[in-house]
Design a protein around this ligand. Structure first.
Ligand code: 3PG
Length: 314
């Protein structure tokens, strides 16, 4: 009997766990739940005899892949898969997948929650500002970027987007204004919302030069990854531009400097909260479970994000 492990340091909502359990058990597999663990060693022990794992931001590195002797598939219930060692997964003949789009709306709503909170001075009783009529730049027009654009239009914002992988025509079709390059996006927009993945190219790519192009009362909104920020540059912009504010779904490494010196100009979630809604947990978790069943029963590998072993050797 195949064994499917849900390994989530940050647990799914109960309703999602039950939905996953049902899909797994209806397929005739064994369901196992492993939540809130405290070390990678514990995680490694839990994967020893399982065939499949569903994870969130949990780290699946070489050691975990090594420990999972029967492992055939890892599904990241979510979008970003920078937490999986893809090369090692291929070497171990393990298929890695994500569930793109399933938690995008939740992430987009959090971006607006943080924007409104900051625009209203953290609801401290003083007069704040509105989002209507302000410009917002969507940096990367993927699933989350599209939801952010749609919500921004509802707020009456002027929406711009830049994505080297999406044509200007496709952006225009959504009633969003495409710009020619990333600098233009930052120049034009008071708000910039980041939706780039963390890759070798994007890590530390958002720094002082780019942020300093932003107009007065600039607000950077990061529901992507903290790794895409050049934190030295971030501190410099905080220091040199008293009008600059930063909203981030997860604390930056230099949080203590920012919280000590720049009161009222930041908001950080204590844990990554973008996908923490029961709807997003259900969407992503159940999609992951279905993808595992489809993989075992019908060899379906849609949403595979690593290379298959034979692709590497050929
Ligand atoms: C994603 O990449 O899907 C989001 O960052 C959500 O991450 P989480 O599942 O750890 O909340």
């Amino acid at each position: 009997m195949k064994k499917v492990l849900v390994a989530t340091d940050k647990p799914f909502a109960k309703v999602a766990v039950e939905g996953i359990r049902q899909i797994v058990e209806q397929a005739g597999y064994e369901f196992r739940l492993f939540e809130k663990y405290t070390s990678q060693a514990e995680f490694a022990a839990a994967v020893e005899d399982v065939d499949a794992i569903i994870i969130r931001s949990d780290i699946v590195d070489k050691n975990i892949l090594e420990a999972g002797k029967n492992l055939k598939i890892v599904v990241r219930a979510g979008a970003g898969y920078d937490n999986i060692d893809l090369v090692s997964a291929t070497e171990h003949n393990v298929v890695a997948m994500n569930t793109p789009g399933q938690n995008s709306n939740a992430v987009a709503e959090l971006a607006f929650g943080m924007m409104v909170f900051m625009a209203r001075n953290s609801f401290n009783g003083t007069s704040g500002s509105e989002l209507r009529g302000k410009s917002i730049g969507i940096h990367a027009y993927g699933n989350v970027g599209k939801y952010v654009s749609a919500i921004a239009k509802g707020f009456g914002m002027d929406v711009y987007a830049f994505d080297p992988y999406v044509s200007a025509d496709d952006i225009l079709k959504d009633g969003v204004t495409p710009v020619n390059n990333v600098e233009e996006l930052y120049q034009k927009c008071q708000y910039v919302s980041l939706h780039i993945p963390a890759t070798a190219q994007t890590k530390k790519s958002i720094g002082f030069e780019l942020l300093n192009l932003m107009p007065k009362n600039a607000v950077l909104v990061n529901t992507a990854r903290k790794e895409v920020i050049d934190e030295e540059g971030l501190l410099k912009i905080f220091e040199e531009r008293p009008d600059f504010k930063y909203l981030s779904d997860i604390e930056p490494d230099n949080k203590s400097v920012i919280t000590e010196k720049y009161n009222g100009r930041y908001f950080f979630t204590p844990k990554k909260m973008g996908a923490q809604t029961s709807e997003a947990n259900v969407n992503a978790g159940l999609a992951a479970a279905r993808q595992i069943v489809d993989f075992f029963e019908s060899d379906i590998t849609t949403f595979q994000v690593n290379k298959a072993k034979n692709e590497v050797n050929s």
